[in-house]
Design a protein around this ligand. Sequence first.
Ligand SMILES: [Zn+2]
Ligand SMILES: [Zn+2]
Length: 391
Amino acid sequence: MAGLVSALVFAISITGSILQTASAAQEGTEKAAVKRLPTYFPNTEELRADEMRITALGTGLPTPTTRAQKSTAWMVELGNGDIFIFDIGSGSMENLFGLRPDFSRIDKIFLSHLHSDHFGDLDAFIVGSWLSGRYTPLHVYGGSGETPELGTRAAVNHVVKALAWDIKGRTGALPDAGGQVIAHEFDFKQENQPVYEKNGIRITSWPAIHSLDGAVSYRLEWNGLSFVFGGDSRPNKWFNKYARNADFAIHECFPTPAGLAAFNDWKMRPATFVTSYIHTPPQGFGKVMSAIKPRMAVAYHTVLLPDIHQSMLEGIRKTYDGPLTIATDLMVWNVTKDNITMRMASFPDRVTPPSTTEAYKNAPRSGEAKMSKYVMDGVWKGFTPPPLPKE
Ligand SMILES: [Zn+2]
Ligand SMILES: [Zn+2]
């Protein structure tokens, strides 16, 4: 099977479109019950019961996000109906919303660390998903820090505190429970211990080496398939041990030191430190993937400008010759035990919110928020709003 997958040949154009020569993928698609189009159009196809769909919601850098590449976020949808989000970096909510998912089913986010390019859209997600179908509390998982103030619980609770006005103001119009956010902080030092276990899904974590204590990576196991999400890190012994033989392994891959120096207009020392001491440059990424041997190796945290993309590909290929994707936003992979196919998702720039469920419409609401007499005395009598319906 490794041979079949390695027969996939991907060429990624730097404009974001995909030139795909995927004879093996197409063969597999034809064998499948559903005939799939070469482009993924959201909400037009069912996931098979044994299948995993992975969508890149953000693959870029924090400096800054661009229209082509938002900061880190990944969505994993499973054939049993469960959905998981790994990181929710700045700008990524635009891509998630464009897919028009059923937000009533998205209530779990796993954070690799607390850089804003990995959780900067948590506020946008809390509010946007609540407005668009989520009527149960949001659960956010992540590691502890060197001190409690540097841990996931403190960060999430502070985001919620910053949203106090926003959340209180929407309560009543929106389901009460959807305004709740529950932080699940675990010891970042634990190695390969479950941080989530439900419905036959097991998610484990292990430490990463990045900026400060507290960064982690994750592995999701379900139905004999494994998805690994490496948060920012320089190559580390834990990843090489616990990501081994994954079906789908994501690991960050920075530009080369010279590439980052040119991109940021930095000196070589900070560019070398950032790319190679707290992140992973292309040759390091290739070495990691050669060690863990996934069915599909995926690089992200990139800037896909032509010269940088070329130097990254050349760097990776010096140390790794297996199946590889350098990811850009809105790539979509369908993973089964027999096949891995890759497509680009397509949707218009302007979309309507997804439909909500009856459960969302009927979920308990505590009554619209009130303003003071001072403000309400300012109502202009020249306009009379329509009467409020009972429901
Ligand atoms: Zn980071
Ligand atoms: Zn990052």
